[in-house]
Design a protein around this ligand. Structure first.
Ligand SMILES: Nc1nc2c(ncn2[C@@H]2O[C@H](COP(=O)(O)OP(=O)(O)OP(=O)(O)O)[C@@H](O)[C@H]2O)c(=O)[nH]1
Length: 642
């Protein structure tokens, strides 16, 4: 066969030489006639041209080969040439650089010696099929350096056939892409993982949640989306610094991962908020069990930098498919349930319930409506007088919130205050109340009416870090008002449940001159020791005790006890909810002469106050109370007491 090509090549060269000679002869060769010598000369000339041409072509070929050799030797890519049996015939220097094997160690062996064969098993099957069908393959493989270190390559393999189609060689060209892969992995890590804890971030959580939902649908086992938020984490940052806060988050992550199974997911959404996906749950009990273990793990005291920290968490959970919604909504439901756990007192697990959800939706609508009520100035304040039934003195007024609803008319707080409390509206509404009261006091003062006013302050408002500054700013803008004429009423439960915060906030505001009253006194079963340490100027006995004192001996007993307690604490005491003058008469008799209630005056708009005051002084009702006690009230009480 080679012979065939050689003679063909010879023939081609001869023809070319003949043609070249005939062109030349026409120009410069003298005509020697048709003799033997002429033919010989011709033959020689043709042969000479033939040799020159061969020489030329050899030079060209040599240049090409040199170039090919230079590429083979200098290219950055590793090159392997094998025989048809895939045994290496030639490798280039880049091969040795990448693989760690010298040509001597490689030649005669199968290139699989370079690879992590087990990891690449599927790829080899694909490669074999592609080489068979298309004569080439391109893809990625995991190789192992002579030193044992794994590295990733892209490889393209081409099958080489001879002129008649017989497979004679394979040529493989490969590049080490480990650095590229490491960069890729780094970018992936940055995009999908939380840098502090190394757990998936929100984006990866979305992927995992989709997978978990698909898995739950296939397996027919439930999946739980759980939202975990540490309780009081801000305080750890504030007390011990952000770096320590970070360490807490890392330690919490470690504890949670120790409990979760490999198929579960722990993601950090930011701050102290984590989402946990629990898969393959036969029932809710199982979920409850795992979450209880998680809660216990969070609560186990933590020793960090010589400090012992006691943490807890609030967890909300929802189960798919009983909560059959899309991923975003499942996370929102778990978040809502977590919020309910916080509201119920923290350090607990709460499961999402659609009925609760409905209530929440309604509440959010209500809050939105109340927000526009505030901006549209639909809130008003009514004022209820507080009097001394012994002297007849008006000791102050309590400002009470009302909503002048455009359709429903005047609404009392029992219809809307629950929606405001604990909502983002609590502070702005509270600030509106303080400002409106100060404005009103200022207007009354200008009209010659100097009267003390009290208002109710919610816990969330009082505990705002800038409450003192805000109050100070407001008081400064009404310099004619004596701060001691402003009284802030806080609930007994607020003061006691958050005793440290409450006493600190109250003490600071006290320095401004404002006074404090403890509202609903008696409902909190508070210890006297606690109450004694609060800067209180007035105790208000809750109206629930007052309402039935005329007919219920035990209520009367309680009120007598409360009055005694107030005396021990050396604070003035005022009875709220005095519905009739008879109640007032009895209260005076048992030692409480400061009263407030519909029996004296109902809450009224500010503009009616001056007229009421005039009338109160004119009627001098308090002078008749002593008679009332003797004639009627006493007898009723005595009957009951029996
Ligand atoms: N150390 C640290 N703190 C962070 C990080 N990201 C957010 N925070 C802080 O985490 C705190 C989250 O506080 P919240 O969850 O709002 O407050 P909390 O005190 O836990 O209150 P409750 O959840 O109601 O118990 C805030 O003080 C943030 O400034 C972080 O990467 N590291």
């Amino acid at each position: 066969m080679a012979q065939f090509f050689i003679s063909n090549e010879t023939k081609r060269l001869r023809e070319l030489a003949e043609r070249k000679l005939s062109e030349q002869s026409m120009r410069d060769v003298p005509d020697l006639g048709d003799t033997l010598s002429q033919r010989l000369v011709h033959e020689l000339q043709v042969h000479q041209i033939e040799l020159e041409m061969q020489n030329e072509e050899l030079k060209l070929e040599q240049t090409r080969l040199k170039l090919a050799a230079s590429v083979f030797n200098n290219t950055y890519e590793g090159i392997i040439i094998t025989d048809a049996n895939k045994l290496m015939l030639e490798v280039n220097p880049a091969f040795s650089r990448i693989t760690g094997y010298s040509p001597h160690e490689a030649i005669g062996r199968n290139p699989k010696m370079l690879a992590c064969v087990k990891e690449n098993a599927r790829i080899y099957t694909e490669m074999k099929a592609a080489l068979h069908a298309q004569g080439c393959w391109r893809g990625e493989l995991l190789n192992q350096h002579k030193s044992g270190e794994a590295y990733q390559i892209t490889l393209s393999v081409t099958a080489i056939h001879d002129e008649v189609g017989k497979l004679i060689n394979y040529v493989g060209v490969f590049t080490d892409i480990s650095v590229l892969k490491r960069h890729e992995a780094e970018l992936d890590r940055i995009a999908h993982y939380d840098p502090l804890t190394g757990t998936p971030n929100r984006r990866l959580l979305a992927d995992r949640l989709n997978q978990a939902i698909a898995h739950a649908q296939r397996s027919r086992l439930a999946m739980a989306v759980c939202y975990l938020d540490l309780d009081g984490f801000k305080q750890i940052n504030d007390q011990h610094g952000h770096a320590m806060g970070d360490e807490v988050l890392i330690e919490i992550t470690r504890r949670l991962l120790a409990i979760l199974r490999p198929d579960d997911t722990l993601a950090r959404l930011g701050g102290d908020e984590f989402v946990i996906l629990l898969t393959d749950l036969p029932q809710q009990d199982e979920c409850q069990m795992i979450l209880s273990r998680i809660l216990a793990a969070v609560c186990t005291p933590m020793q960090l930098n010589k400090h012992q920290l006691n943490l807890s968490a609030s967890i909300g959970a929802t189960l798919f498919p009983s909560d059959p919604h899309e991923p975003d909504l499942l996370i929102r439901h778990a978040d809502q349930a977590m919020y309910a756990a916080k509201k119920a007192g923290k350090n607990r697990i709460h499961f999402y319930s659609p009925a609760e959800d409905l209530l929440l939706v309604q509440r959010n609508q209500n809050i939105e409506r109340l927000r526009s009520a505030l901006s549209d100035q639909e809130f008003v304040l009514h004022y209820q007088p507080k009097v001394d039934l012994l002297s007849g003195e008006i000791i102050g007024l309590e400002a009470l919130l009302r909503w002048e609803h455009p359709q429903l008319g005047l609404l009392t707080p029992s219809l809307f205050l629950a929606d405001i409390n604990g909502s983002p509206l609590e502070v702005p509404v509270g600030e509106w109340v303080i400002e409106t009261v100060l404005k009103q006091m200022s207007a009354w003062q200008t009209a010659g009416l100097h009267v003390k006013v009290s208002l109710n302050i919610g816990a969330a408002h009082l505990f705002q870090p800038d409450f003192y500054d805000q109050l100070n700013r407001l008081l400064s803008s009404y310099p004619k008002i004596n701060p001691a004429h402003l009284e802030l009423e806080i609930l007994e439960t607020t003061a006691i449940n958050d005793f440290a915060m409450a006493s600190e906030a109250m003490a600071r505001c006290h320095q401004l001159g404002v006074r404090f009253a403890l509202d609903d006194f008696g409902t909190g079963y508070s210890s006297l020791a606690y109450l004694r340490r609060l800067p209180i100027d007035m105790l208000k006995i809750d109206q629930s005790f007052i309402r039935d004192i005329l007919t219920n001996a035990s209520d009367l007993g309680i009120v007598e006890g409360v009055i005694l307690m107030a005396a021990v604490l050396k604070h003035p005491v005022l009875a709220e909810g005095v519905e009739t003058l008879k109640h007032g008469a009895l209260l005076v008799q048992i030692g409480c002469h400061l009263c407030q209630g519909d029996g004296i005056a109902q809450p009224m708009p500010a503009e009616q106050i001056p007229a009421w005051i005039t009338q109160w002084h004119a009627e001098e009702i308090w002078h008749t109370l002593g008679k009332m006690m003797l004639d009627e009230t006493n007898s009723e009480v005595i009957v009951e007491n029996k």
